[in-house]
Design a protein around this ligand. Sequence first.
Ligand code: DX5
Ligand code: ZN
Length: 245
Amino acid sequence: MSRTRILAELRTSPPAVLPSLLLCDFGNLATEVQALEQAGARALHLDVMDGHFVPNLTYGMPIVEAVRRATELPLDVHLMIARPADYIDAFVDAGASMVTIHAEAVAEPAPVLERIRRRGAVASLAINPPTPLERIAPALPHCDMVLCMSVSPGWGAQKFDPVALEKLRTLKAQYGDGLLLEVDGGVNVDTIADCTAAGAQLLVVGSAIFRNRQQGYAESLSELTALGGEGGRDGFATGKLDPLK
Ligand code: DX5
Ligand code: ZN
C-alpha cells in the first residue's frame, strides 16, 4: 500500500487501534498476526529496541519480514534504536510501511524523515514524555505523523502518563488533520477516550489486548475502538478540536 493510501485509510473514523506485538506469542507469530487481522486490526505496531537507546532488547528486520509475509496490513515500525538513519532502508526493505524514529535519538530528524518518505513509507517522529514539543518544532514540516509517548519507552504494561495528552492537544490545535497523531503506552479501556479526545487517531495497545487474551482479540479491539470513538466525538463536540475530514 502506498504512503498516501495508508495515510488516507488511517485518517478515517473511527480511530485505529494498533496492536503492539511486543507481548504476542512469537512462537506462533503468523497465527497471531492473522488472528489480529481477522479481529479487525487496521495496522500492526512493531517495537524495535536495541538495548542501547532503551535498556530493553527486542527484535529487528527478520521479525518485520516474517510479519510482512503473514499480512498485507500496514506495519508501523517504532524504532527505539540509537542510530535509526543507518537502518531506514533495511526496515523498509523488510516490509515497514510506517517508520517512527525518536527525536531523542538523532541530532537532526528532518533528513532522516525525508529519507523515510523517499522510500515510500510514512515518516513519523516520536517524542518521550519529558521531551518538550519545542524540541521537534523544526522537524514537523517533515513529519506525516507524530507519536506522543505516554510511557518511558522500553517495556509494555506501564502506567499512562497524561503529559502526552497535552502534547496531542497542542499539535491537534496547530495542525488539525494535516498531521496524523499517535499515542503509545498505557492505552487501555480507561485511558483511550482521553487520547482520542485530545486528537490521537492512532492508538497503540499492547497489554490491554495481550494480557487479556481470554476476552478474544475481536472483542478487545471492538471495545477499545468504541471507547476511542466516544472520546473522539466528545473532543470534536466541545469544539476544542478541528473535526477530521
Ligand atoms: C513501549 C512500546 C509500546 C508498548 C505498549 O516502549 O513502545 O508499544 O508495547 O504496551 P502497553 O500498551 O502495554 O503500554
Ligand atoms: Zn511502540
